[in-house]
Write a protein that binds this ligand. Structure first.
Ligand SMILES: [Zn+2]
Length: 342
């Protein structure tokens, strides 16, 4: 019984070996890329147009061999890669004569193009669309496929002349900065969302604007409760800062939330505090109210925010502290703010 089992196993082993021996002849050989970025070209020549860059470990179908080059298929791409960068398992057939002629023609064409359009790198073949989905954000020092895609896109757009090495190095940072400059983006050399979107032609969804509404103060004095944090936007400068409602019954007595918020508010007032009224928008829980503020610290201060007191925020129909009257200038600013959206 044991002997029979052993015999069956032996037969199975022999059969498997025979199949394995036959397979390479029946199927194209497989190759594995053994370098970090291998360029696939249209022709078996260093002048051949670049089709695609392959990563270490990418598996290719090796169709034929010609000199120092393999003709390979990778996904939808067929082209040539240097032999020494591919580890092949199986036997590779010699390239046929017809293929060689074709290759020669391609080489001569690309050579001609090289001389006419000097320095315009051989990336015409690859388009942004070929790169597929836009990569996630990356920054100097990062490595991997997201950086590779970034480099390819920058190369396609003509900003990157270096190697596609999947490493966010100095050359990549410089290319990102050059691209950012051309698009009027902040030149920080970081491929953030805005840069990636501009590079890959993605239109950012325009956030829906919230139109300022009127807050009728004496009908809804605590629409913004005491202690609530709001965001204030100065309509003329567009600057925003956080503020906290401290108190107030005739209007909203408010303090900048932090020292940083105080600094922003002071910059809105041109660097020196004043009683001057300014139209503002007050955002609270996704509602935007038209309002007016003054810029003079006065009275009680409850926060460690570098603001010696509080300031006043007026809404529709609100009144001043002691005089109990509607302040014309504040109301004029509230009306102005009503024309704005957040
Ligand atoms: Zn006040």
């Amino acid at each position: 019984m044991r002997f029979m089992t052993h015999l069956r196993r032996c037969t199975a082993f022999v059969l498997a070996t025979v199949i394995l021996m036959l397979t390479p002849a029946a199927l194209a050989a497989q190759g594995k890329v053994n370098t970090s970025s291998l360029i696939m070209r249209k022709a078996a020549s260093k002048n051949g147009k670049m089709i695609q860059t392959l990563d270490k470990g990418d598996v290719l179908e090796v169709l034929s061999v010609s000199g120092d080059w393999y003709k390979v298929r990778y996904g939808k791409y067929t082209g040539y890669v240097m032999k020494k960068y591919v580890k092949v398992s199986g036997t590779v057939k010699k390239e046929s004569t017809s293929e060689k002629t074709e290759k020669k023609q391609e080489t001569s064409t690309s050579k001609k193009e090289n001389t006419t359009t000097k320095n315009e790198t051989s990336t015409k073949k690859l388009t942004i669309a070929d790169l597929g989905k836009a990569p996630s954000a990356s920054k100097p020092g990062d490595k991997g496929s997201k950086v590779k895609k970034l480099q390819q896109a920058l190369q396609i757009k003509g900003y990157y002349k270096g190697k596609i090495n999947s490493t966010y190095d100095d050359a990549t940072t410089a290319a990102v900065k050059a691209f950012q400059k051309s698009k009027g983006l902040s030149r920080d050399g970081i491929a953030g969302k805005a840069t990636i979107n501009a590079l890959f032609g993605i239109k950012e969804k325009e956030t829906e604007k919230i139109k300022a509404t009127s807050l009728k103060w004496f009908k809804n004095t605590y629409a913004i409760p005491k202690g609530a944090t709001v965001t204030i936007k100065d309509v003329y400068t567009g600057k925003t800062f956080k503020a906290v409602r401290w108190s107030g019954a005739n209007h909203m007595d408010t303090e900048p939330a932090t020292k940083a918020d105080t600094a922003i508010m002071k910059s809105i007032y041109g660097g020196s505090w004043s009683w001057k009224r300014r139209p503002i928008l007050v955002k609270y829980k996704n509602k935007v109210y038209a309002a007016s503020m003054n810029g003079m610290p006065h009275g009680t201060s409850t926060r460690n925010n570098g603001f010696d007191g509080h300031f006043c925020v007026h809404f529709t129909g609100s009144k001043t502290h002691e005089t109990n009257r509607v302040d014309t200038e504040h109301q004029r600013c509230v009306k102005t703010a009503l024309n704005y959206s957040w």
